[in-house]
Design a protein around this ligand. Structure first.
Ligand SMILES: [Zn+2]
Length: 142
C-alpha cells in the first residue's frame, strides 16, 4: 500500500535507481571539489527525499529528484542542507532555478558558491570535511 502513494513517474525513477549499478566517482569529472559536492548532493537527495539509494548520475533531472520523492515539502530540506554545506542560505528563487537543471548542471551552478577558505592560512577548503586545514592544521569548523 505504501507504493500506491507514489505517482507513476516516481515508481519509474525508483525502478531506475534500484536497477542502476554503483556510479563511479569519475562520472563527475576529475575535480575533487566537484566530486565531493556531487557525493554530498547525492547522499542528501537520497536521505531527505527517500530515494532507495544515491546512485544518481549527472544527466538526472533535478525536477524529478527533488519533486517526486514522495515527501510533502520536496526540495526544501535539500536546499537547506546544501545551504548549510555551502555556508550560505539558498533563496527560494535560487533553488527553483537549481531544480530546472540536471544534477550535473546543479553541481556546476553550486560549485562556485563553495568558496570556503581556512581563516588562518587562506587554504581552499572546498570539499574538505575533516574539520582540520590540511595546510596549516587549524580547525576549520567543518
Ligand atoms: Zn589553514
Amino acid at each position: 500500500m505504501q507504493q500506491a502513494r507514489f505517482r507513476p513517474a516516481v515508481e519509474f525513477a525508483r525502478g531506475v535507481l534500484l536497477a542502476r549499478p554503483p556510479v563511479p566517482r569519475d562520472v563527475w569529472g576529475p575535480d575533487p571539489a566537484r566530486r565531493e559536492l556531487a557525493y554530498f548532493l547525492c547522499q542528501t537527495l537520497a536521505r531527505e527525499l527517500n530515494w532507495p539509494n544515491a546512485r544518481f548520475v549527472p544527466g538526472d533531472p533535478m525536477s524529478t529528484l527533488c519533486n517526486l520523492g514522495g515527501v510533502l515539502t520536496p526540495g526544501r530540506a535539500v536546499a537547506l542542507a546544501v545551504g548549510d554545506r555551502l555556508d550560505r542560505r539558498m533563496t527560494t528563487a535560487e533553488w527553483s532555478n537549481i531544480e530546472t537543471l540536471t544534477l550535473g548542471g546543479a553541481i556546476d551552478a553550486l560549485l562556485p558558491l563553495a568558496g570556503r577558505r581556512c581563516t588562518e592560512c587562506d587554504y581552499v577548503l572546498d570539499g574538505n570535511v575533516t574539520g582540520t586545514c590540511p595546510e596549516c592544521g587549524s580547525p576549520t569548523g567543518a
